[in-house]
Design a protein around this ligand. Structure first.
Ligand SMILES: Nc1ncnc2c1ncn2[C@@H]1O[C@H](COP(=O)(O)OP(=O)(O)OP(=O)(O)O)[C@@H](O)[C@H]1O
Length: 270
């Protein structure tokens, strides 16, 4: 993969409160994501349903992590709070040293646009826009210039060289997810969140896609956090974090799929 994919040296938009954090567990590596005692409850009638119950976590920059847990354990809630799509009931969340706590919805939208990438299970491409227009969209929305050379290099890297003018309706699921990955990397975000990115793909295509995300993120030094139900997909990560009943109950470093599956069985997941 081309060195062009390394994160752009172009000045980034200013962060809201720029300050450096480091991970005491990882030497001087800067923290890409830091959660301290994060709780999230949802109102259901007169009851409060706890979805996260005191999550503490530090992920170093450049790490590739998978989050697993039984259905209802709080994975999506964790991802949505960490990505600034939802706000925790209490606790603090820092992304790249920026405290997201207490931000207005507008502030969070601007922050997400400039500093966070997303890949969703459903690809979320704009059907009326070509592949290249979809990839350029986050930059255009942020009022940032499009680097044509980087775009071309990213399309090559995700195996879509020569397909810039195709429309989403002309793509397979795997190709559509490749476009979504290129789009998420185009803005050189501080951190990329992926929610079941292979969930709609057959297992062979899903494994190709996750390897591609892994390779591309390694080249760009990108921090990635993905939620998955698939132990084979999770085993591609540096570390796998396990959630149960809204609590992080452990992690495995560079595990095999068999080790991940065994831990999930212990937790009562699938
Ligand atoms: N908007 C909401 N309103 C009320 N309760 C919610 C809401 N979203 C999630 N919950 C509850 O919070 C808990 C955690 O849900 P969450 O979707 O985060 O789990 P999950 O691990 O992602 O589940 P799955 O693997 O099934 O997608 C569950 O008990 C769920 O019912």
């Amino acid at each position: 993969m081309s060195a062009l994919l390394r994160r752009s040296a172009r000045p980034r938009p200013p962060v809201l409160h720029d300050r450096t954090t480091s991970d005491p567990l990882d030497g001087d590596a800067p923290a890409a994501l830091r959660l301290v005692d994060v709780h999230k409850s949802y109102a259901q009638g007169t009851d409060l349903v706890p979805a996260l119950r005191g999550v503490d976590l530090v992920l170093p920059a450049g790490s590739f992590s998978a989050v697993m847990g039984p259905s209802g354990s709080g994975k999506s809630t964790f991802l949505n709070c960490a990505a600034g799509l939802d706000t925790p009931s209490s606790g603090t969340i820092h992304v790249g040293g920026v405290d997201l706590t207490g931000r207005s919805a507008d502030d969070l939208t601007i922050f997400r646009r400039d500093h966070i990438g997303f890949v969703f299970q459903a690809y979320n491409l704009v059907p009326q826009l070509s592949v290249e227009q979809n990839i350029q969209l986050p930059l255009l929305l942020a009022g940032r210039p499009v680097d044509g050379t980087r775009q071309e290099a990213l399309l090559e890297a995700v195996g879509l060289g020569g397909m810039a003018l195709r429309m989403p309706g002309e793509l397979s699921g795997g190709q559509a997810q490749r476009v979504a990955i290129a789009r998420a990397l185009m803005t050189s975000p501080e951190i990329l969140f992926a929610d079941e990115p292979t969930g709609a793909l057959d297992s062979r295509t899903g494994r190709q896609i996750i390897q591609l995300l892994r390779d591309a993120s390694q080249q760009t030094g990108q921090t990635v956090v993905l939620v998955t139900h698939d132990p084979v997909i999770a085993a591609v990560a540096d570390r796998v974090l396990f959630l149960a009943d809204g609590v992080l109950v452990g992690h495995l470093t560079a595990p095999t799929a068999t080790e991940v599956a065994a831990r999930m069985t212990e937790l009562g997941g699938h």
